[in-house]
Write a protein that binds this ligand. Structure first.
Ligand code: PEP
Length: 252
C-alpha cells in the first residue's frame, strides 16, 4: 500500500503574527510538491490568520479538549479550532503528557473530539530514555497506541506520530534499525486494533528531524512522514524536509 508522505510542523509556543511570513515559502514548497502533504500547527492564536494568509496550506492545532463546550477555562474545543480553519490537531504530544499529566484515555477522548469535528487527529506516542534503556520502548509505545487510539480511527481521520521523548529537541535520533522496528511494531498493533484501516494510517517519525537526516528517516519502511518541531519554525529549515519527501516520491 502506498501512503502519501505527510510533513507536519509543530510550532509549539512560538511565533507571533510577524512569524507567519515563514508560511509563504512553505506554502510555495507544498505547492511545488503536490505528492507530499504538508501541514503547520502554529499556536492557536495564529490559526485563523495563517489560514487567511496561505489558504492553500493545511493549518492545524496542537491540542483540543475532549468536550465540545463547557466550564474548562483556558481550553479550546475541537469545533472552535475547526471554525478557526484548522484541518487537523496534534493530541497527546509528550510535552502535554508530561506537563499536563495527560493519560492515554485523555488522549483518546481528545482524538474522538477531533473526529467529531472533521479534524484529523495526529496522535503522539513515544518512550522516555529510561524506558528505552530498560528495554521497554516497544511495549510502552504499543501500549500508548492501544490506549490512545479511538475505535473509529481510519486512514483519513488518524495519523500516529512516533516521537521518542529523548530525541525531541536534542539533536539525537534513534538508529534507522530502531526506527524501522518501532514503526513495524506500531503497524502490527494497528492491525490488531483497526484491521481494515491499519495499512492506510500514516505513522510519522518525530524527534530532531531536519534537512540532513530527513531523507534517510523518510526512506525507512513504515515511516510515512515527519512531525517536526524546531526545524518547522523557519522555511529555510522546513522546506528541505518537504523536498526530501518529494524526492522519495520521485524515486518510487
Ligand atoms: C516535536 O516536539 O514534536 C518535535 C519533533 O520536536 P523537534 O523536531 O524539535 O525534535
Amino acid at each position: 500500500m502506498t501512503r502519501r508522505k505527510l510533513i507536519a510542523g509543530n510550532w509549539k509556543m512560538n511565533g507571533h503574527l510577524d512569524h507567519l511570513r515563514e508560511l509563504d515559502e512553505i506554502a510555495n514548497a507544498a505547492e511545488a510538491h503536490p505528492d507530499v502533504d504538508v501541514a503547520i500547527c502554529p499556536p492557536a492564536t495564529l490559526i485563523a490568520p495563517a489560514v487567511q494568509r496561505v489558504p492553500g496550506l493545511t493549518i492545524g492545532a496542537q491540542d483540543c479538549h475532549a468536550e465540545d463546550r463547557g466550564a474548562h477555562t483556558g481550553c479550546l474545543a475541537a469545533p472552535m479550532l475547526a471554525e478557526a480553519g484548522a484541518k487537523c490537531t496534534i493530541v497527546g504530544h509528550s510535552e502535554r503528557r508530561a506537563d499536563q499529566g495527560e493519560t492515554d484515555a485523555d488522549v483518546r477522548g481528545k482524538a474522538e473530539a477531533a473526529h467529531r469535528h472533521a479534524l484529523t487527529a495526529i496522535i503522539c506516542v513515544g518512550e522516555t530514555e529510561e524506558q528505552r534503556d530498560a528495554g521497554e520502548a516497544e511495549s510502552v509505545v504499543t501500549g500508548q497506541v492501544e490506549g490512545s487510539l479511538p475505535p473509529d480511527a481510519t486512514a483519513a481521520n488518524t495519523v500516529i506520530a512516533y516521537e521518542p521523548v529523548w530525541a525531541i529537541g536534542t539533536g539525537r535520533i534513534p538508529t534507522m534499525d530502531d526506527v524501522a522496528a518501532m514503526h513495524a511494531a506500531i503497524r502490527a498493533k494497528l492491525s490488531e486494533l483497526v484491521a481494515g484501516e491499519a495499512d492506510g494510517i500514516r505513522i510519522l517519525y518525530g524527534g530532531s528531524m531536519n534537512g540532513d537526516n530527513a531523507g534517510e528517516l523518510l526512506a525507512v519502511d513504515h515511516v510515512d512522514g515527519g512531525l517536526v518541531g524546531g526545524a518547522s519554525l523557519s522555511a529555510d529549515k522546513f522546506v528541505p524536509i518537504i523536498e526530501a519527501a518529494g524526492f522519495l516520491y520521485g524515486r518510487r
